[in-house]
Ligand binder design. Structure first.
Ligand SMILES: [Zn+2]
Ligand SMILES: [Zn+2]
Ligand SMILES: [Zn+2]
Ligand SMILES: [Zn+2]
Length: 407
């Protein structure tokens, strides 16, 4: 049975299985100009790129972990639901707040130990922290980096203790094997190791989330829960908590080449576009005007041309040593030396996917001066997908923002 066929025929939950480099036709590797070669100057062909789009989930079960979803916003669907990151790993190293879930991508490979493979991206929603994170990023491999954006890789063989080795049936009947660790009742994201000391019925990942939950209504609910310890009270706090999370979407996968057909692209724009074209153009032009240097303008134009066939894309998936992310601006790109080695096996890392600023629109991040903003987040992962260390291995994110980089 081919697990790769997950989600077909609807094509919705298809995993990004990394296949051998079977480039069926090479008609889309033409867009490399000299300005973009300095990152990686070997002239090999680019492989076809897969794009990710967001859609509201069709039902309330399809994003559960037993369906191996690629998703953005809401809480994570932990692949290994027990050994999830804890301690310093789940906090913003700059402000100490627990990180917020941004997205996850299901990207198994053909190897046995990566039959299931999921990448998770978290970030602190504070733009102040992201700016500090930038300084750290340019330091080049500090021993203990202080990051406000973190990426984790988790992988499992086909036979594992958490899931059936058969593919899900995609109806409500699919159940994961066993239950996972109890999660924080406020963020639904991290382990809820701390109990409310008064009612002992709700759990938190941190004091910060306990305080937030208390202020947002648990102060009133707590005494009632305390008296009725033996009554099954639905905790119901996740509903409050969902206000604190970004809105939840399913990530739908399509090949970039499919979008080169303008008919498809137009009908897609008609049926699913959330961004009206005019609004989009206004934003684009105002960003273009704000650039000082010609190089940034050139990069921006190239970037816009490249995404024009599918402007709603929020994710570009590469996973290939020759992959070149497309940088919206020319300043703030990493050189090869800026990308560290895998912190677990010491091997090289390669660019696996890129998150585009379009996602900010869907997350409802407003366009104020101090709002969170990025030009691009590029995720680099261990080329060998090594198995060393903890269940959730930290990988590397390069964040490009619309500011001149410090030199
Ligand atoms: Zn922070
Ligand atoms: Zn929490
Ligand atoms: Zn309580
Ligand atoms: Zn490694």
């Amino acid at each position: 049975m081919d697990f790769n066929a997950i989600g077909d025929p609807t094509n919705k939950l298809k995993g990004l299985r990394i296949s051998s480099l079977d480039d069926d036709d090479g008609d889309e590797e033409v867009l490399i100009d000299n300005e973009h070669e300095d990152y990686d100057s070997n002239d090999e062909e680019e492989d076809p790129i897969t794009l990710g789009f967001v859609e509201k989930p069709k039902n309330n079960w399809c994003l559960q972990r037993q369906y191996f979803p690629s998703k953005a916003g809401g809480g994570p669907a932990w692949l290994d639901p027990v050994n999830i990151p804890s301690g310093r790993s789940c906090m913003c190293d700059i402000c100490g707040e627990p990180l917020q879930f941004l997205l996850q991508v299901y990207a198994p490979t053909e190897k046995e130990n990566t039959f299931h493979r999921m990448l998770f991206v978290f970030m602190c929603p504070s733009m102040k922290c992201l700016l500090r994170d930038q300084h750290e990023q340019w330091k080049r491999h500090p021993n203990k980096p202080s990051r406000s954006v973190k990426v984790f890789r988790c992988q499992l063989p086909r036979d594992n203790t958490f899931y059936s080795s058969e593919r899900p049936k995609f109806n409500v009947s699919d159940k994961p094997v066993g239950s996972g660790a109890a999660l924080c009742d406020w963020c639904g994201t991290w382990k809820g190791d701390k109990l409310c000391s008064s009612c002992r019925q709700v759990r938190y990942c941190s004091d910060k989330h306990q305080v937030r939950h208390w202020r947002s209504g648990h102060k009133i609910a707590c005494p009632r829960m305390k008296v009725s310890t033996h009554t099954a009270i639905s905790v119901g706090s996740r509903k409050d908590a969902s206000n604190a999370l970004w809105p939840e979407f399913e990530i739908i996968i399509e090949d970039e080449s499919d979008n080169n057909n303008t008919d498809i692209s137009e009908s897609k724009a008609l049926t699913s576009s959330l961004i009206s074209k005019n609004r989009n153009d206004d934003i684009m032009n105002s960003i273009l005007d704000s650039f000082q240097g010609d190089d940034d303008k050139k990069s921006w134009v190239y970037f816009q041309e490249r995404i024009a066939s599918a402007p709603e894309q929020i994710l570009r998936y590469y996973r290939n040593t020759n992959a070149r992310p497309i940088w919206p601006v020319s300043s703030g790109r990493p050189s090869k030396a800026d990308i560290p080695k895998c912190s677990h096996c010491g091997g090289s890392m390669c660019c696996e996917f890129q998150i585009l600023p379009q996602l900010l629109y869907y997350l409802g991040v407003d366009n104020e001066a101090d709002s969170m903003d990025w030009a691009s987040i590029v995720v680099y992962t261990c080329e060998a997908s090594c198995d060393l260390g903890v269940a959730y291995k930290e990988e590397y994110a390069w964040v490009q923002i619309y500011l001149p980089s410090p030199t």
